[in-house]
Design a protein around this ligand. Sequence first.
Ligand code: FAD
Ligand code: NAP
Ligand code: SF4
Length: 683
Amino acid sequence: MSAAYPHLLAPLDLGFTTLANRVLMGSMHIGLEDSRRHFPALAAFYAERARGGVGLIVTGGFAPNIEGWSKPLAGTLATRAAARRHRQVSRAVHAEGGKIALQILHTGRYAYQPLAVAPSAIRSPISPFTPRALSARGIERQIRAFVRCAALAREAGYDGVEVMGSEGYFINQFLVTHTNRRGDEWGGAYASRMRLPVEIVQRVREAVGPDFIVVYRLSMLDLIAEGSSWAEAAALAKAVAAAGATILNTGIGWHEARIPTIATSVPRAAFAWVTQKMRAELRAAGIATPLAASNRINTPEVAEQVLAGGSADLVSLARPLLADAEFVAKARAGRAEDINTCIACNQACLDHTFQNRLASCLVNPRAARETTLVLRAAPVRRRYAVVGAGPAGLAAATTLAERGHEVQLFEAAAEIGGQFTLARRIPGKEEFAETLRWFGRRLAATGVQVHLATPATAPMLAAGGFDAVLLATGVSARDPRIPGQELPHVLSYVELLRGDRPAGERVAVVGAGGIGFDVAAFLVTPPGHSPTLDLRQWRAEWGVADPAEVRGGVVRACPAPPVRRVTLLQRKGGKFGRTLGKTTGWIHRATLAMKGVEMIGGVNYERITPEGLFVSHGPERRESRLIACDTVVLCAGQEPLRELQAPLVAAGVAVHLIGGADAAAELDAKRAIAQGTQRAATL
Ligand code: FAD
Ligand code: NAP
Ligand code: SF4
């Protein structure tokens, strides 16, 4: 047991087996589950997490039958042949001393495929397919499929199963009247609506015997208007525990809920109070079943607080174990500062999953690439210069040095981070500072020689005798060439975010890309009052209530008033924020809407005057009108900064371009870090 994290690292005795610690790796669909040819990679992915010390791994969801598929041909465990294939996964984890449970996921009306079934034929807002309402016999078939899947999981060598009963999936759909309009013994009163999960757990337990872990993921807070009441959720928890669940895991929010539950702007451990409430409820009833808290628990400190404060018996960490497979081992060794922290951006994990792409991690491009992105010791030690300590340069420099090369890193600014030093100042993006902390530790650990406040020049680099130079000089702000932009009340986003020049009370933002949205959020929020750092304020902003007071836990949002009037502009027509993340764009849009940010598209920028910004519409530039403001902030995109390339090539120096210096279009930190890492892995 570690002195620093005594609760987190304490073993958990489940009676028939003991978990090494309180970390449950929450289920994540990474895209390797759906094809048998990916199983070796899937096994390697879990084995790395088991080696890193996770107490209990839960796999991504596997459907118990084809009706339960999330999409056509989704990973399924319904036959003995499939169970044999799964053995390579369970064996790989056991070889590392780990434990692993298979998640049984039936998506019901969330299925993105035409065979979808549900309690009632009610289409969900997140799938185009209307599900078929099940007959009573059809329901029995689904229950049998769950039971068969659990028995096969045992045959496949898993230590247990997790029955997915939350997030608005099939089982959850039976529980609430929003999706269950049945008049038979599976609908109507709550006792009938909760029959399905209770029968599933009871019959799974009968099938697998007493010495097999059965986790039940229970929706404790639905965050939809007709969601479960607290009394209903508590009754279900007690019934499922009595039916044989070994552990109750916390589910927060249906996928169709319009309240963020895991994005970076959600405060850390924002929902631990819900698990705490449920735990108190069970303990008062004399039920000792362990509970796992979930959502935005991303450091050992936060996890320890949750456990020490009595909110839960385990913590479910999912994305943090994509970001760093050694999370537990580092915590145990007293090296929490060396953990690569999940910044909850969703950019490489959930956004990929929802685009049918293999998931990975923005801060750890090796995640789910364990067998292909292998960092081997360099056969010959070479000397490299890396210019620019933004995400691309940091990833390249640390990877090169880790492989044994000598690396000199030159950064013009007085600190590392590049544009990430600006990103972390945006309210709701405070987590981005963790990535810079981690890179700082990596630079020191790998022995990179860092030269801050040192703008590199071509002659200096050419004289340095380097085997090659990696240019990671990033981008410069695009010049939108608007007449009048030289006036003193016109700022670049860099000047604004660095605090070089203040903004007034009425601001026009030119450009509505990722940076324009962030700048607008920055402008409407009082300095130092990010709701992400204040759970009470954040809950008020989004209308998250105690489900004991209101069904589903949703009340009217009460956002704090904006501190400025902001107008966000773009030249193209149509929806704003189309390039924002698939799973987070709606949050950025909703945030600005609740702060009254006006959005005007389809404009031409005519001129800026002391009165404000004149815009017109259409190719014929009709109806020039004034957007009155005292400040204009330019966020018009970016161009690659690579002026060193030509003189270096002329001097015969080998040059590699990475990150924004390579291509500014659609640049983000995910691409910058992945490209820096991949290039450095091959040099
Ligand atoms: P940069 O980060 O631009 O780094 C380049 C570095 O090179 C700089 O530090 C610069 O000082 C240095 N340099 C330049 N010339 C020289 C020289 N001659 N000598 C020495 N040093 C030099 N991305 C996301 O993925 N998700 C987000 O949520 C996100 N939010 C953002 C929010 C804001 C407000 C901003 C501004 C950006 C955001 N980004 C986000 C974008 C992300 O930060 C960039 O894509 C990423 O930083 C690009 O990395 P890079 O290393 O290529 O370049
Ligand atoms: P961007 O997303 O490409 O947006 C540039 C904006 O400027 C667009 O709204 C564009 O819209 C406008 N624009 C382009 N050329 C212009 C011109 N000549 N004059 C006036 N307006 C012009 O770039 P960004 O906002 O600078 O962001 C840079 C990168 O950082 C992006 O690739 C983004 O992915 C990343 N980032 C990501 C996040 C995130 O949350 N994931 C947040 C911040 C930044 P019109 O052409 O319609 O005017
Ligand atoms: Fe966390 Fe972002 Fe990595 Fe996903 S991509 S695991 S949210 S850091």
